[in-house]
Every structure is written in C-alpha cells, then in structure tokens.
Design a protein around this ligand. Structure first.
Ligand code: PEP
Ligand code: MN
Length: 468
C-alpha cells in the first residue's frame, strides 16, 4: 500500500510518457475540478471483490477473461454495441466455464477505454501532417479536429457512466444470467459446427442449473469475499481501461475507508481509482521512474502491466517491488504480449525471474499486440493463426516452467451490421477470412479485433486445453 511519499498527484513530479499538451490550461483545470466532484463510477467494495477474485485466479481456482475493443468511441456508445459486447464476453466465458470447469472472472475493456498511446505524435493523412489521434477523450478522429480539448475528458466520464449504467441494467435484469444464455444472440453464427457445439453447452448448463436449484442453493460467503451477486447462475462483470491520462485518473481517485477485514489500527483508509475496477499500464508507459508507475503504486485497485519483448528481466522485478511491495495476492496481473515469433525468447526468462523474486502474479496472454501487420491492401490486421500460435506457445511455456496461464487479454467485438454480419478485421479463423474480405466490414478505427466467430474459436481452444 502507498507510503507517505505518495499522493494522487505525486506523479506530476515525474516524467510523463505519452503526455498531452492542452492549449488552454485553465480550461483543463476547470474540467478536472468538475470531474473531481462527480460521483464515483465504481465502488471500493466492487474493487475489493475483484481483488479477491483475482486472488483465486492466482491460485488456479478461476480463469481471467479480459476483453473488448482496442478503443471505445463516443459514437459507438449504443444499446446494440454494448449488449453485443457483453453477449460475446458471456458466451466466451460460458464455453471456458463449461470445458475447463473453472469460474471465469470477466473484465471488459469497456466504460472508459478511450485514450490511446501512439508510437508517433504526428501522422500524415492525404499528404498533410497532423497531430496523431489520441482517442476520443483527447481529440477527434477527423484530421481537422486534432487539437486536444479538455471537454472531451468530461464527455468521457459521461459516456463511461452511461455505458456502465446500461451494463448494470443488463446484469440486473437477467441478460447475463446463466439461466438464459439463449438471449445472447447466437443465431447469426453461420458455422453449423460452432453453433452445434455452443448449443450442446447451453443444454448441459441448463440441466446443471436445474439440478442445483432442485437440491437448493448453498449459503453464500460475504460479497467482498466472492459470494455470488444474487444466486447461483448470476455473473459478475468488471470494467477496465488503460490508465493513460493521469490528470483524469487523478480526478477520479478518492480516499475511502478500507473494508473492516483490511483496516488496521494505523491504516483505516485507502485510495481507490473510482473510474474503473481494473486499470493497466501500457507497454509504452511502464518506465520505472515515470509518472504512470508512480500513480499506479498508490491505488488499491488491482492493476495490469503489459510485458513486451523490450522488458528486461531485472526491470520486471523492480517494477513489481514498486507497485506491490507487500507482495499482496490479486494485486498484479502481468499481461504478456511478445508476438508469436518472440515469445520463445522471453517468456520463460520472465517467468523464472518472477518465480525467483517470490512475487505473486497472475499471468495472462495478450496474443494480439505483438502480432499486428499491414495487409497488402493497406489495412492494419492480425492473422488468426499467428494469434493462436502465440497463445499455444504461451500455454506450453507456462507448463514447461511449472507455472500456469491464468487467462487471456483479447481485442474482440460481437458487433454486427444491420444484416447480421460480423466485422472483418482479422484474417483466418474457422470462417477463413481472406485479405480480399478484410475491407467488407472493417469498423475499427484503432487495432483490428477478432469477430464473434473468431472469438468463439479461441474460446473452444482454451476450453479444450483446460479440459484435457
Ligand atoms: C492496447 O492494449 O490496446 C495497447 C496499446 O497495448 P500495448 O500497451 O501492449 O501496446
Ligand atoms: Mn490495441
């Protein structure tokens, strides 16, 4: 937990990677003061509950699914998009629950995933050099709207809260209930074998739930200690985003009393980021002496750290020492993203070093970010086969190192167009999407996402792996 040298603003004395220059500093401060007075989006008890559940992932008692868009946009904040995203996350997790016989902890890249780090601060569009698009909470996708505007941070808060409001509504009105998986719009899946496999699971699950209802529901542990939300068959859902815009994160950082089980005589309160349950540090902002690491070390939320090929072994342990000095369970998730051709050179060494350090971590595989390429038609894409290759290497290497893969981090979407067709952003999968088909329904304005069918292909692979 944070020492006395930490405060929600102590990051401001450190170098800020990926910082944004606002032309009107006073306006920025006005907006941040406003955000600081607005209500929290999530509560400490939900955050502590997620930490508890991540502790279970760490102990091999649950599987973590972290998934959603690369970046959300304000325009895509619609009823259809939110419910199809949740529907895909639920369908995916159901397949894993059924095959692996493990509970799934679901964290969406949702309700705040607006900011994007960029490899260059400018880009050239139609021969004109403009400031890079940094996400809807900073500037506009339109090349004429690239000046950072603080009002966008406020709009991000309200779009997050409206997304979360609908999400909570869906969860409390039965959409996410495992008793009604047929509501999760599966009809559009054209592959008969995928559909059949899924229907088989749904039938088995309905029988199992009927049975558990018949024999009566066991009494539940308290909410923060993992007791089910309402009853057997209900699911939890958590939100996350990259903690990139530290001004915004600071404005949503609040001090709350610690739950009685965690409070001590000397420490009765803690700082929580009330903008999301889980935040992660990106691969471009994880410098040991930088502002992001400084901010992250002081919050109670469970955090993720992206680990790519450039992470030096010793640096990884020093990072863990900074963000988790007391080696608390459920606090840190390492999200590895090396690329299919590089994972063999790095993962085993990273696992070994972390094991030697005695740091408790959850390892999850992001097989997306090290495997991005440009198609012959100029579209940013990823190949399904390469994604699977990194994932299977990851499973193998963990097994070889006497470790365990605790989950996956994916960019996917259940979005459908008016005719019920999925997006076409990644190549391959059981639907064998070709380069020529990429342009058909390419919707992402950021990284390419797996579509519904391709995502379920991944779910079945994981489910079958853990079944055996
Ligand atoms: C992302 O998760 O969208 C991202 C930018 O990842 P990374 O920091 O690993 O490149
Ligand atoms: Mn991305």
């Amino acid at each position: 937990m944070a020492d006395s040298t930490w405060s929600p603003s102590s990051w401001t004395s450190k170098p800020v990677a990926q910082g944004v220059e606002y032309p009107d500093e006073q306006k920025l401060q006005r907006v941040l003061s406003k955000i600081n007075t607005l209500p929290p989006l999530v509560t400490p008890s939900e955050i502590e509950r997620l930490r508890y559940q991540l502790g279970r992932v760490q102990n091999n008692e649950a599987f973590l699914l972290h998934a959603g868009d690369c970046a959300e946009s304000f325009d895509a904040c619609t009823h259809e998009n939110i419910s199809s995203k949740i529907g895909l996350i639920l369908s995916f997790s159901l397949i894993v629950v059924w095959g692996a016989r493990l509970p799934v902890v679901r964290i969406g890249r949702i309700a705040g995933q607006y900011a994007k780090p960029r490899s260059s601060s400018t880009e050239t569009i139609n021969g004109k050099t403009v400031t890079s698009f940094r996400g809807d909470n900073v500037n506009g996708l339109d090349p004429d709207d690239r000046t950072p505007d603080p009002d966008r941070l406020l709009r991000a808060y309200f779009h997050s809260s409206t997304t979360l409001n609908y999400l909570r509504g869906l969860l409390s009105s039965g959409f996410a209930s495992l008793h009604h998986p047929r509501d999760w719009s599966f009809n559009h899946v054209r592959s008969p074998s995928l559909r059949k496999e899924f229907e088989h699971i749904v039938e088995g699950l309905s029988d199992a739930l009927d049975f558990s209802r018949t024999i009566g529901i066991e009494s539940m542990p308290p909410y923060e200690q993992g007791g089910a939300r309402e009853a057997v068959g209900e699911v939890d859902f958590y939100t996350s985003h990259e903690g990139l815009m530290l001004d915004y994160e600071q404005a949503l950082t609040r001090e709350f009393p610690l739950p009685p089980s965690l409070a001590t005589k000397d420490k009765k309160k803690g700082y929580y980021n009330a903008g999301a349950h889980f935040l992660w540090i990106g691969d471009r902002t994880r410098q040991l002496t930088g502002a992001h690491v400084e901010y992250f070390r002081g919050i109670r939320n469970p955090i993720g750290i992206k680990v790519g090929p450039s992470m030096v072994k010793d640096e990884l342990v020093r990072l863990l020492d900074i963000v988790n000095p007391d080696k608390e369970s459920g606090r840190v998730t390492l999200i590895t993203r090396y690329g299919a051709t590089k994972i063999d050179d790095h993962l085993a060494g990273h696992i070994q070093t972390v094991q030697d350090s005695g740091h408790p971590v959850i390892w999850i595989c992001d097989p997306m970010h090290g495997n991005t390429l440009t198609s012959s038609t100029g579209l940013k894409t990823r190949n399904f086969g390469t994604i699977i290759s990194e994932l299977t290497s990851c499973l193998r290497i963990h097994a070889e190192c006497n470790s365990r893969l605790g989950g996956v981090s994916l960019e996917f979407t259940g979005e459908l167009n008016d005719e019920g067709f999925s997006v076409t952003e990644c190549l391959g999968g059981s639907m064998e999407l070709s380069e020529e088909q990429l342009g058909l329904r390419y919707q992402s304005f950021c990284d390419p996402r797996l579509n519904f069918e391709q995502s379920l292909d991944v779910a079945f692979l994981i489910s079958n792996h853990f079944k055996n």
